[in-house]
Design a binder for this molecule. Structure first.
Ligand code: DAH
Length: 370
């Protein structure tokens, strides 16, 4: 390949004979053929087809020739330049194609390679469920109430008609803080939020309160010293057990699907009178107690047809009085459920500890509810 011909003197190329022009052309064609890539071809174009290339300079010289020579040489140089330009265009196309193929080859992504295994975290199912429950009630116009995890003994027990001799107040269930004379506990249920709400707001009150609670339970497949509850409280004029039942049926359907209603069984809680245990009709067997094929017991409710869900009742007038609400004017209802428990039977989680081990694979399996 020849280099740029900057020292080329047009005066010396006369008479631009056939041989000379063909030599220029052939040299150009050889250089084009030899260009290995687009970069090299660019150089070849400037060396052999540019204004200062031998053919370019020859072309410039034509005008200075006598008429007959101008015609002959003009044709010769014109043809030679045409051939060179054609060859350049053809080579350009070939090299562009090759460059594209090369690019596809080097930029290929192997989709079968192992993916980036860095774990990205996940929302905890208890967080998602707590928000879902709050949303269900907020959609009915209720508000979300909160209270501290470290709570006054009076609010956790006394205000709720849990007398000093109530078994729940013994050292067995409750985490007491020191010094004991401060009468401060880790709240054993979300019910003190009821008392706090009544003491700080004036009825009508419609609140729901999801949160953490603590009990001195052994850590095993069904117990944990820290777990989650959701409390509901309504105080208004003319509130009856029927409002409670309707609210819980709605809560059940919003959480477990259409047609999943509740039943009440008589029970006792100091803060409600009358009180009831709430059962949920089994959302898998819908009350039959049998599996899908009908030849064995339903695994979700263990053949009961119903699942124990929580406690509830009409707010005890003694609680209303303790919390500054006029029991002559107002009545109310309250309920409390375990959120962890709800998730356990909703998703078939066998071991409560799965919620507290912090294994992101467990959380991720619940997906993200929006
Ligand atoms: N606080 C109760 C518990 O921890 C649950 C409960 C029962 C809450 C009945 C209520 C209720 O508000 O009315 O077991």
């Amino acid at each position: 390949m020849s280099g740029p011909n900057s020292s080329y003197d047009p005066v010396q190329v006369t008479p631009l004979g056939e041989e000379q022009v063909f030599a220029m052309r052939d040299e150009a064609l050889a250089a084009i053929e030899a260009a290995a890539d687009l970069e090299a071809l660019k150089q070849v174009r400037s060396d052999h087809a540019g204004d200062r290339s031998p053919l370019g300079l020859a072309n410039r010289e034509i005008g200075a020739l006598p008429p007959q020579a101008r015609k002959d040489v003009g044709m010769r140089v014109g043809q030679a330049r045409g051939a060179v330009n054609q060859a350049l265009a053809a080579r350009q196309e070939v090299l562009e194609e090759a460059a594209e193929e090369q690019m596809l080859l080097t930029e290929t992504v192997d989709v079968t390679l192992p993916w980036d295994r860095r774990s990205r975290g996940a929302r905890h199912p208890i967080t998602t469920m707590s928000e879902r429950i709050a949303d269900t009630f907020v959609a009915m116009g209720w508000e979300v109430a909160e209270g501290p995890l470290v709570e006054a003994e009076w609010l956790n027990f006394d205000a709720l008609n849990l007398g000093a001799d109530h078994p729940a107040r013994t050292m067995q269930d409750t985490f007491w803080t020191e010094p004991a004379e401060n009468h401060v506990v880790l709240r054993t249920h979300t019910s003190p939020v009821q008392a706090r709400t009544m003491l700080t707001r004036t009825p009508p009150i419609y609140v729901v309160c999801p949160g953490r609670v603590f009990r001195t339970d052994e850590y095993d497949a069904t117990h944990s010293p820290m777990f989650h509850q959701v409390e509901g409280l309504v105080i208004d004029e003319g509130i009856t057990m029927a409002h409670l039942k309707g609210s819980l049926d709605h809560f059940a359907q919003a959480t477990f699907g259409e047609g999943i209603t509740t039943r009440f069984r008589p029970s006792y809680f100091p803060f409600t009178e009358p009180s009831a245990e709430v059962d949920l009709i089994c959302f898998v067997c819908r009350g039959s107690g049998l599996n899908e094929t009908g030849d064995a017991t339903c695994r979700t409710c263990r053949g009961e047809g119903w699942i124990e869900w929580g406690g509830c009742g009409v707010v005890n007038p003694r609680v209303l009085v303790a919390c500054g609400v006029d029991p002559e004017r107002y009545t109310g209802f309250a309920f409390g459920m375990g959120i962890d428990r709800t998730l356990m039977f909703r998703h078939g989680v066998e071991d409560l500890r799965s919620f507290f081990e912090g294994d992101v694979r467990f959380s991720r399996a619940f997906g993200t509810e929006i």
